[in-house]
Ligand binder design. Sequence first.
Ligand SMILES: Cc1ncc(C[n+]2csc(CCOP(=O)(O)OP(=O)(O)O)c2C)c(N)n1
Ligand SMILES: [Mg+2]
Length: 627
Amino acid sequence: MKQRLTVGQAVVRFLANQWTERDGVEQRAVAGFLGILGHGNVAGIGQALLQAQRTGAPDMPFRLARNEQAMVHTAVGYTRMRNRLSTMACTASIGPGSTNMLTGAALATVNRLPVLLLPSDVFASRASSPVLQELEDPRSGDVSVNDAFRPLSRFFDRIWRPEQLPHALLSAMRVLTDPVETGAVTLCLPQDLQTEAYEYPDELFAKRVWHVPRQVPDPLAVERAAAVIRGAQRPLIIAGGGVIYSEASAALDRFARETGIPVADTQAGKGALNWDHPNAVGGIGATGTPVANRLARTADVVIGVGTRYSDFTTASRTAFQRPDVRFVNLNVTGFDAGKLSALPLVGDARAGLNALLPALHGRRFTGDVRDEMAAWRATVDHAYRGRGTPGDLPTQAEVIGVVNEACGARDVVVQAAGSLPGDLQRLWRARDPKQYHVEYGYSCMGFEIAGALGIKLAEPGREVFALVGDGSYLMMAQEIVTAVAEGVKLIVIIVENHGYASIGGLSEQVGSQRFGTEYRYRNQRSGDYDGPRLPVDLAANAESLGASVIRCRGIADLVEGIKAAREADRLTVLHIETDPAPSAPESESWWEVPVAEVATLHSTRDARAEYLAGKRDQRHHLRPGGV
Ligand SMILES: Cc1ncc(C[n+]2csc(CCOP(=O)(O)OP(=O)(O)O)c2C)c(N)n1
Ligand SMILES: [Mg+2]
């Protein structure tokens, strides 16, 4: 049997019938559509979604976003919360609507998170070319702006004819649901093609279950890894996002308790173990804890589980200082497993830890970190309490402390960029694997509110706190409107410090004197932004977008405000001003940011000398990991 459907209708019907399964649990692979309509999709995918909504079949909810980049962030928040087993599709009109999704595509692929992007494309027929928003290339007839998605996508296709659709859809689903390959998947759909009808075979629309495997690493590789670990004196585990996506927390807990190996976490891995787990030593690397970083410096075997070893994790390759250090990397992708010349264990985090533990034959490591951790925890308590001088603006650490203490175990904190990710990485006490949602693969300003919306859609039972810097807020606050329209409750906390505190600090470090990082009037005399503060009122802005707003004049107001926001049934924005000057406790670590080699400014020359001193500790890690 065949069904005569437009390409748009076939896409919607097919996606409604895709499921994933892992550990016996089935869920919709594509739970809904996010979109902004324009020419390109209004009559194609848009018509198909309207028809679905009117008739109830296929079951495919549509949500109207306010910005295409943001809607990809929403899909990312959703799928990360669902451990990559369920995502959303994003439909955009041709030209700017579609290219607005590029940043979202990069973010998804960098973070290895599945999103399905359906940018509209120029006419396949070319009858009326150049159509509004078409890029013309004098050298080539088949280039469109959507080609910019190619390097950002794990799978990319442009479908010129309706009969090409089935195989493109199947390839898209394979990549979306494969933990090794996943990321942004892009199917470009020319606007006329979306409306063209074709006789699609019924089988295309049958329920299809994509089984997500728990790949067990090669037994010989497990033996080799176990031999290396058994021979270690000072091993250290780094838990990355892969532990969380694999739901391997219980396996890691057992592995750590039985071996006694300390566990540090990355931004994506925070929460893999609870903050007060006896083996937990907190964040590692440039924004980690001094305890984890001291252990890293003297570790002889580093066991990376589900980490891609970003520069923040390796402190730009200065974290591990022993000349004989070697790495054992358990990762679902061979690409990550092989990093830092490691002995690769290619497989699922949970399956891999469960295979590795018995191969250690009861080897236990001693090396008590309890005293050091107690001292660090006292430092965090102190930072949470702030300076305690009435009248002073609160510190950012104090705000983090209040939110942390107000969070129930299942509540979620969302962040992405600025000075907050570093402070959170050091200070946040995670009590659940899904509590800490800091997007730090792409660290994209503006992710927070849009991402929080996706998180809440994925887990409506959890309270979701988006911590948003004033810079991030100004980049992308419009999804407040989407959340209000959808009746989705979020708690958004705007942390106001009148500019880019993080980049200001970084600028100072590289000798650039905080140039161009403050939100102030330009001073006509000096030419710099060192005039008075701007008359910008972000709280009023949030109110104008339909949020309920609480202006907090200090920490006590924030505590009360969060209580009120919890009780409220609608999106609430809390606005609080913080003092950008005090920094959170030190990480005793380094992050490589280059400094000008020649400069007329003394500040830059001094910074250059510091930079070169830092680089002396950089290591290549070329020592073979195997035995
Ligand atoms: C889209 C985007 N543009 C630029 C940057 C570089 N950047 C990182 S943090 C930052 C400033 C963030 O300002 P704000 O949100 O106010 O946080 P604060 O630094 O004040 O804590 C900038 C410009 C980025 N990460 N993302
Ligand atoms: Mg700021």
